[in-house]
Design a protein around this ligand. Structure first.
Ligand code: DGT
Ligand code: CA
Ligand code: CA
Ligand code: ZN
Length: 587
């Protein structure tokens, strides 16, 4: 019996075969057949598994016997020989050319074949020396455009950090929200879901049809738009000066809630939602939620009321699912019977933990960091400069630790005298050494009110050794929090491969928290461990790891990850009042 497949899975399978065929220079005829089959299946309204089980795919227009057999084979075995063969045949370097905007597989094959090159560097060279321009149907202009696109591709990786995407989105929102005809406007896509990295930025506007064209004009003409990638009545895409892609869609006000849900995604969440709807004899699409016709299509004459996303969830028997949870990663269990937990919000946070000052590698004094926390409405600051072995970061000798405590005591006295309700907590970010020991004698560690244990050296230790170091630290009686557990740097360096499920179990047992480092370059712990953490009763702390004032404002990204983890305020240490936090830190 074949395993059930998702429609989207088959569509991308067929698309990949078509693309690779063109890159392999095969008869375009065959590639077109795969494209056509992909389109047919994409627009299929009923369950594709039915056709697979009954071997009736050829009943569908545009699907021939050989492609049908490929799909059956895929459902049966999880792979297709024709695809495997193509993947072997087409060099990876050539596939990378697909990332050059404006380069389709046919053009790629043509250049690759005519000039006998596969590397990107060769392509650049041949664009510069006129070889590409001299090919039939290419010319100087094409060569220049390819060079420009390669430069973009190289300068801006396909994805970006969430702070960069947020800045771009806020700028566009600001410039569009007051435009004539805008009834509603929102960020959608991965940014609304607070995913750790962002591909392109999606914006959605509700407006009447008569205003759409002028709004699109305004959007593509905004300052900061470097190139218009496409402009239409309902959808336009631009590239910004910084190389980010922004998509804008305009829908009618009546369709807005369903469109917002659709374009927020994730794709996987949408797939699951649509199948839930079908299970209740309804059809969900980007226009709304509809009763079904007899042949199981959306009956556009019989819409269900969908004034907001909330209505759609309610019609399907679910509680509202916050965008951050929409990853098909367990949210449907949480939302069944309407019992979605109240996720933590930035406004729940009472204090800031994990901050560096000029005592180690921070840019600002303790006083400056404290004042910035006060301004932002926080009640306490857990100051955690680096420990002694972190020489690269100005780690504190035991002597310097004691001097720092004097400064903290003096500042706390000053706040008390002035009647300012604010406390600086004496903390340290202590390096976890290669053998899992910490970086100060236990009796000194015991004098800190807050100890974060972090790995900053030996990052390349094998997973088992790394896990042992982290577990040793988590079990240490003086350690309150394990900092950035994987050490990953998003889009730059993978984290260690230690088994975090075991660390989470271990830390929970020892009542040690694991940080969600809110720095947009880290966002570590990863939200995908949220369910495990909740099951184990793990405490977390959302920490900016701030080295300057701006760093404090990274809290919002950490909160996004905490929400994606399914955490409530009760899961987060620094949502506690100072008194409760002190109790907890006292263990
Ligand atoms: P990104 O841009 O890679 O960070 O991720 P997203 O999730 O923003 O993806 P994007 O920009 O391609 O599309 C935005 C949303 O639109 C996506 O989350 C779900 C929806 N969407 C786009 N294409 C499809 C599709 O083919 N099928 C379904 N079900 N939804 C789609
Ligand atoms: Ca997107
Ligand atoms: Ca998009
Ligand atoms: Zn730090």
């Amino acid at each position: 019996m074949p395993k059930p497949v998702q429609k989207e899975e088959i569509v991308s399978l067929l698309e990949e075969i078509g693309t690779l065929m063109r890159l392999a220079g095969e008869n375009d005829f065959r590639a077109i057949a795969f494209d056509r089959a992909a389109r047919t299946i994409e627009s299929l309204d009923d369950d594709i598994n039915k056709y697979i089980d009954d071997h009736t795919l050829t009943d569908l227009k545009g699907i021939g016997k050989s492609i049908a057999n490929d799909v059956y084979e895929y459902a049966e075995t999880g792979s297709v020989p024709v695809l495997e063969k193509l993947r072997d045949q087409v060099p990876d370097a050539l596939i990378a050319w697909l990332g050059i905007s404006g380069m389709g597989p046919k053009k790629i094959y043509k250049i690759h074949k005519a000039l006998d090159i596969t590397e990107l560097s060769e392509l650049k060279e041949k664009c510069r020396d006129g070889s590409v321009a001299s090919l039939a149907g290419m010319g100087e202009k094409t060569a220049e455009k390819i060079l420009k696109s390669i430069a973009w591709m190289e300068e801006f990786s396909a994805r970006c950090h969430i702070d960069e995407a947020t800045a771009v989105a806020e700028l566009f929102l600001e410039k569009m929200k007051n435009a004539d005809g805008v009834k509603e406007i929102s960020v959608a896509g991965s940014l609304r879901r607070a995913l750790e990295t962002i591909g392109d930025i999606d914006l959605l506007i509700a407006a009447d049809g008569k205003d759409a064209a002028s709004l699109m004009e305004r959007f593509t003409g905004l300052d900061g738009v470097m190139e218009v990638l496409g402009q239409g009545e309902t959808k336009s895409s631009v590239r910004t000066d910084e190389g980010r892609q922004v998509d804008l869609r305009i829908v009618s006000p009546a369709h807005y809630p369903a469109a917002l849900m659709y374009f927020t995604g994730s794709k996987e969440h949408n797939v699951a939602m649509r199948s839930l709807a079908r299970g209740k004899n309804m059809q969900l699409n980007e226009y709304g939620l509809f009763h079904q016709t007899d042949d199981k299509k959306a009956d556009f004459d019989r819409p269900l009321p969908t004034q907001s996303e909330n209505y759609i969830y309610r019609h399907l028997g679910l509680g509202f699912i916050p965008p951050e949870l929409r990853e098909d990663y367990g949210e449907f269990d949480l939302a069944a019977d309407g019992k979605v937990p109240e996720l933590v919000e930035l406004s729940d946070m009472r204090g800031i933990l994990h901050v560096h000052s000029t005592w180690s590698d921070g840019k600002k004094s303790i006083r400056e960091m404290a004042e910035a926390c006060i301004e932002r409405g926080y009640e306490y600051l857990g100051l955690t400069d680096h420990s002694q072995s972190a020489a690269y970061a100005g780690g504190l000798s035991i002597e310097r630790v004691k001097q720092q405590w004097e400064e903290i005591d003096a500042l706390n006295r000053e706040y008390a005298d002035k009647g300012i309700d604010f406390t600086i907590i004496k903390g340290i970010e202590s390096d976890i050494l290669a053998d899992g020991r910490l970086d100060y004698p236990d009796d000194l560690l015991a004098e800190f009110d807050l100890v974060i244990g972090s790995v900053h050296s030996g990052l390349d230790h094998p997973p088992e050794k790394m896990l042992n170091r982290l577990m040793e630290a988590a079990a240490h009686p003086q350690v309150h929090v394990v900092g950035h557990p994987t050490g990953r740097l998003l889009l730059r360096r993978d984290g260690n491969k230690a088994d975090l499920n075991r660390l989470i179990e271990h830390a929970s047992k020892h009542k040690t928290a694991i940080e969600i480092n809110a720095n947009p370059r880290r966002l570590d712990l990863d939200w995908r461990y949220g369910r495990k953490a909740r099951e184990c009763g793990l405490m977390s702390a959302v920490c900016p790891d701030a080295h300057d004032i701006k760093g404090l404002d990274h809290m919002r990204y950490g909160i996004g990850i905490a929400r994606k983890s399914g955490f409530t305020a009760g899961h987060i240490l620094n949502a506690k009042t100072l008194a409760d936090l002190k109790k907890w830190l006292g263990k």
